[in-house]
Design a protein around this ligand. Sequence first.
Ligand SMILES: Nc1ncnc2c1ncn2[C@@H]1O[C@H](COP(=O)(O)OP(=O)(O)O)[C@@H](O)[C@H]1O
Ligand SMILES: [Mg+2]
Length: 191
Amino acid sequence: MTEIEINGASPLFSTEGLQFQEFPSDFTKIRYYTLMLISSAPFCIRETNLLEQQVSELVKNGITHGNKNDPRKLLKIWYSFTHEAARLIVEDEGEGFNEIPEWNEFNKHRLEYLQERNNDKLMQYISFRSHGSDEKDGGNALFAALEYWNAGLVFNEKHNAVAAERLFLDQNEELRNFKPWDIDSDRPVLA
Ligand SMILES: Nc1ncnc2c1ncn2[C@@H]1O[C@H](COP(=O)(O)OP(=O)(O)O)[C@@H](O)[C@H]1O
Ligand SMILES: [Mg+2]
């Protein structure tokens, strides 16, 4: 996937067959919540720590950017972790991530300059800042999220819920599908 999508009707938002948990928005408990979710994953999923990290970034965004660390606001999470796929839906009670088009534009430039090895330009694309960011926000977790959730990273139209899926492909298939720079297919892919 090369973009964060906006489509509340995406099949990634179907909650059928998913487990459900609801947490108060306590920043200090993000790792604990994440481990509770991840503990349902089959033990032999490859890269469990990477899965944990990616789940925690979406949980953290819901708690900090969405619910503004207000413990009265709840985070709803639907999830399923199997050998074939990891699925996650995180819904917060916030105003929503309203800068998704700007974020996609930013990410496109970032990848372009990375591909061109244009370090001067790249320096302007280190971290995505929005009106909701503060100095503690790294502003780059979603770049890796888009790469990790290889079957899609989708927000609903209110922008306060995100659905994500990662397919665990076999390694050869993974390599065949690996096109991080494929933002413009006319360009040569780096060797
Ligand atoms: N659930 C959300 N509600 C509102 N804004 C969000 C949400 N998730 C992400 N964002 C926006 O996306 C930006 C980028 O997120 P991210 O890459 O995780 O970086 P960071 O969280 O360090 O700022 C955030 O600064 C925020 O503006
Ligand atoms: Mg974040």
